[in-house]
Design a protein. Structure first.
Length: 198
């Protein structure tokens, strides 16, 4: 997975949109606010994005692909692919859940994520699937991942990780120290190991 490339003007607009969403949420962000913060005209934004949701979609893709790239371990031929994949997914989950943009959207505009859960995949999901499919195939080659349909395996893994990423706070319990978020990270590691092991 390669980083999403934008020109410097696009990056300025995406940065401004991210900052607006962090300040007031998606519903209260306007293209006028974004243009003002980015120092560009509204028409400059309209030429590239038809509305706030399209713009925020690109912000989410940029931010979350960067999180995934940042969490991926350095390739190491001495370590089985499955171990690298599982560790990268758990670290990615931790970083994703701590990302301020995700926290703001979950707190203020969670319905924005619904289409990507029940209707269609988004660009960041497709980018993550590319990485997962490649890793699963490499795991088949080194024997550390159970041989099966690699696309189905990758999609199934993403479904599991996605549920932890977006629904974990509904299962943690501050009153029980064994139901803390870190314990669920360990549980995810166990689930992924068992799912992918030959």
């Amino acid at each position: 997975m390669t980083p999403i490339r934008h020109n410097s003007r696009d990056d300025a607009v995406l940065d401004a949109a991210r900052d607006c969403v962090l300040a007031v949420g998606v519903r209260r962000t306007t293209l006028t606010d974004v243009a003002r913060r980015a120092g560009v005209s509204r028409m400059t934004i309209y030429r590239r994005w038809p509305d706030v949701r399209a713009l925020v979609g690109d912000v989410m893709t940029r931010e979350w692909v960067a999180v995934a790239l940042g969490a991926a371990p350095e390739p190491d031929s001495a370590v089985p692919v499955r171990a690298q994949l599982v560790e990268g997914l758990v670290e990615g989950l931790r970083a994703f859940r701590e990302h301020p943009l995700l926290r703001k959207i979950l707190d203020v505009d969670p319905e924005l994520l619904l289409p990507y859960l029940v209707d269609r995949r988004g660009a960041s999901q497709n980018a993550l699937l590319e990485v997962l499919i490649d890793a699963v195939r490499r795991g088949h080659e080194d024997g550390s991942v159970r041989a099966d349909h690699p696309v189905r395996q990758a999609r199934s893994v993403l479904l599991v990780v996605q549920s932890f990423a977006l629904s974990l706070r509904t299962m943690t319990d501050d009153a029980d120290p064994e139901l803390a978020e870190a314990d669920f990270h360990d549980e995810l590691r166990h689930i992924l190991e068992r799912t992918l092991a030959p």
